[in-house]
Design a protein around this ligand. Structure first.
Ligand code: AKG
Ligand code: FE2
Length: 258
């Protein structure tokens, strides 16, 4: 057999980033949503209007997945037609995804996908999504408060290993909204490593969480990953909203743990 790769066992990548690899792999192999038994009574489903006239006629279908860190799934957040439009708009612009590295952006083995940015002026559907997210969160999404919509396509084996969405310095990203635009046949969950749960891809639902605590610090419990896609292809749209300048829309709390 010699020294060739044939017959040699699969090697785990050897990188200092992978301290959380055991948990990541285990979480990615879990099937379906996982309940946290001690919190079960506090987890609920509800129709949300968030005092927004925009949501009165069609309230959001909110499923609270975890309280700490706060993670919620909004079901039927986007329609099939809207998802197809967004995929169509992004398609021609997809490029290998990059990660922030200091001031620069670079490709990384720990993030394998293609992505494209869509401005809200690209199409009324993108604008409508922005309006919906603004209504749900109560936050301002107009420039410079939010990033453009990032459309991401993961092929077979595509993944995003454990990371934080907020920068480690105080240039802050608030909320992550992840909206799968198509079903994935297997794999592709979003895994919360320290919080010890994963959320399977739910077509047309939006996964929301706050990356920052109410006092503006990065929430260390939000370390998360996009699990490898095992069959099919995964499309998501990401929206990151900056918290800086919106302190009065999401004020701090009297509970220092919030
Ligand atoms: O695709 C996912 O489930 C997670 C992606 C992610 O965390 C990101 O794009 O920052
Ligand atoms: Fe992320």
């Amino acid at each position: 057999m010699g020294t060739g790769t044939r017959g040699s066992p699969l090697q785990r990548p050897n990188s200092p980033r992978l301290r959380s690899r055991d948990a990541y792999e285990e979480l990615c192999q879990r099937r379906g949503a996982q309940q946290s038994p001690e919190r079960l009574p506090q987890l609920s489903c509800s129709y949300e209007t968030n005092s927004s006239p925009y949501l009165v006629l069609q309230p959001a279908k909110k499923e609270t997945v975890r309280l700490r860190p706060f993670v919620a799934l909004y079901h039927d957040f986007i329609s099939d037609a809207e998802a197809e439009t967004i995929k169509g708009l992004a398609g021609p612009w997809l490029q290998r995804s990059v990660v922030a590295s200091g001031e620069k952006q670079q490709k990384a083995d720990y993030r394998i996908s293609k992505s494209a940015w869509l401005k809200d002026t690209a199409d009324p559907v993108v604008r409508a999504l922005d309006r919906r997210i603004a209504a749900l969160t109560g936050l301002d999404l107009r420039p410079p408060y939010a990033e453009y919509l990032q459309v991401v396509n993961y092929g077979l084996g595509g993944h995003y290993e454990p990371h934080f969405d907020h920068a480690t310095v105080r240039e802050l990203w608030g909320l992550g909204a992840r909206c799968p635009l198509s079903p994935v046949e297997a794999g592709g969950s979003t895994a919360f490593i320290y919080a010890n749960f994963s959320v399977p891809v739910v077509k047309n639902a939006a996964l929301f969480w706050w990356n920052l605590r109410r006092n503006g610090d990065g929430d260390g419990d939000t370390l998360h990953a996009g699990c490898p896609v095992l069959a099919g292809s995964k499309w998501v749209a990401n929206k990151w909203i900056h918290e800086h300048g919106q302190e009065f829309r999401r004020p701090c709390s009297t509970d220092p743990r919030d």
